[in-house]
Design a protein around this ligand. Structure first.
Ligand code: JFZ
Length: 429
């Protein structure tokens, strides 16, 4: 019988819930066609058709130290990079396949370079690994699973040996756990239909992972996909429950709790434009002000945010991503205290602001000013020792204007006569 150990769980999750902000990287052969990481499936390519990207792969500009530095400068505390995505291409020297970066023109073990660069910046090291492998001869080709060969007449499932696939997949995970030093986080992706839980031999996989990396944090996608929460959230943890929930491209409206009311650890994964893998045509990037607010919203609901970058074929971050990271970094340098180590605050915001809390300190993130004194309902006014602007420590007066007599219990911050705050992203008190 599996016994969930809450104390051990909270101990291993500590760095993660304090970090709050990370960088996701989707990089692989699909960066060359530049139509997103699902291109092989979307365009129903055969292995042969896809192989041309393997032959062309040569990330001449790729410097992992630059990637890690960009994450660090943006205020991120951890990174998660695709060691292998659904196309089966390994960015590391797996001895179980020839379809790997060390066999391309660049002859580089990109996972090794990555883990070294990330550690050098003092960030936690995460790897993404796809449970699904479209190119493996033993991986099933089901129509409804968006396999690239789903409509190919000669491609049935005869002779496929799923156990043999599982051996391969487990062995590849083992290599990542054994050969690259301490790995802080493993992001497995993903389960669907009946391919979930023990179908992956999940108990065995997780016990192997944890025996090699005792402190590692695992996501919940051995059980679910981007939707669904998994057994820990449902209150009956399996031996392969995820340590954190992975809402994809959404922020849970009220945070997440298990049936007993314990808050759950979660991480919203978010793209900057509309794709994970590099997409040359997609220039529709979210404004950095919006991304900052989304991060704040995650923290105010007790979660993390991992923001994605899809580097191009040569190994460069898109220029829009560079700019966005830079802008977020400026905010984080001044206001990081209101993010790192912070969580939800009991008071619920009633307006264009969010609250985060660290101990007895409450951070008020003002997204848009009011006209007149700024009301912050829910904060026990008589317990407030003082209000200050986070970025320069200057005092903000508690308003004593006429509103007091009408709303005696509500704290009003006097942000001055100018109805427009100087920083339109988030002014933090
Ligand atoms: C998965 C991947 O397929 C995707 O390429 C990317 O890596 C993302 C972070 O994770 O995305 C999914 C997985 C499952 C569903 C949707 C997106 N799903 O089942 O709805």
């Amino acid at each position: 019988m599996y016994q969930f150990d809450r104390a051990a769980y909270e101990k291993r999750m500590k760095w993660f819930t304090e970090a709050r902000f990370g960088m996701f990287i989707h990089y692989g052969l699909y960066s060359i066609p530049a139509r997103g990481e699902w291109v092989m499936s979307d365009e129903e390519m055969t292995d042969d058709e896809y192989r041309k990207y393997f032959d062309a792969f040569d990330p001449c500009d790729l410097d992992m130290r630059q990637w890690a530095k960009a994450a660090k400068d943006a205020g991120m505390k951890y990174m998660v990079m695709t060691a292998k995505h659904h196309d089966g291409f390994c960015l590391y020297d797996s001895k179980y396949t020839d379809f790997k970066s060390t066999n391309t023109a660049c002859h580089r073990d990109l996972v090794r370079e990555y883990v070294e660069a990330v550690r050098e910046q003092g960030l936690k090291v995460g790897l993404y690994f796809s449970l699904i492998d479209w190119r493996h001869p033993d991986f099933p080709h089901y129509k409804d699973r968006q396999h690239p060969m789903r409509n190919h007449p000669e491609c049935g499932n005869e002779g496929r040996d799923f156990d043999r696939y599982l051996k391969y997949m487990h062995a590849q995970v083992r290599e990542l756990m054994e050969n690259y030093g301490k790995i802080d986080l493993l992001w497995l992706d993903f389960s669907y239909d009946d391919l979930r839980g023990e179908a992956w031999k999940a108990t065995e996989l997780v016990s192997m992972i944890r025996s090699l990396q005792p402190d590692i944090i695992l996501n919940n996608r051995l059980e679910v996909s981007g939707e669904g929460f998994g057994s820990l959230a449902e209150g009956h943890p399996t031996p392969y429950h995820g340590d954190f929930i992975t809402p994809e491209q959404m922020i849970p409206p009220a945070g997440l709790k298990d049936p007993a009311g314990n808050s759950l650890v979660w991480e919203a994964c978010v793209t900057m434009n509309g794709h994970w893998g590099y997409c040359a045509q997609d220039h529709f990037f979210k404004p950095s002000s919006m991304l900052v607010r989304k991060l704040v919203e995650c923290v105010s609901k007790g979660g993390n945010m991992i923001l994605n970058v899809g580097p191009d074929a040569k190994g460069n971050f898109p220029k829009e991503s560079v700019r966005i990271l830079h802008e977020i970094g400026s905010f984080m340098r001044e206001n990081g205290d209101s993010i790192y180590g912070c969580g939800a605050c009991a008071a619920k915001p009633e307006g264009m602001y969010r609250l985060t809390r660290k101990g007895s300190r409450i951070y008020v993130h003002i997204f848009e000013n009011t006209i007149g004194p700024f009301p912050i309902p829910g904060i026990p006014k008589d317990k407030v020792k003082g209000v200050r602007l986070l970025r320069d420590g200057s005092e903000v007066k508690i308003s004593t204007s006429w509103v007091h007599s009408d709303y005696p219990d509500i704290l009003f911050a006097d942000l001055g006569p100018d109805p427009v705050l100087p920083d339109q992203t988030d002014t933090v008190l």
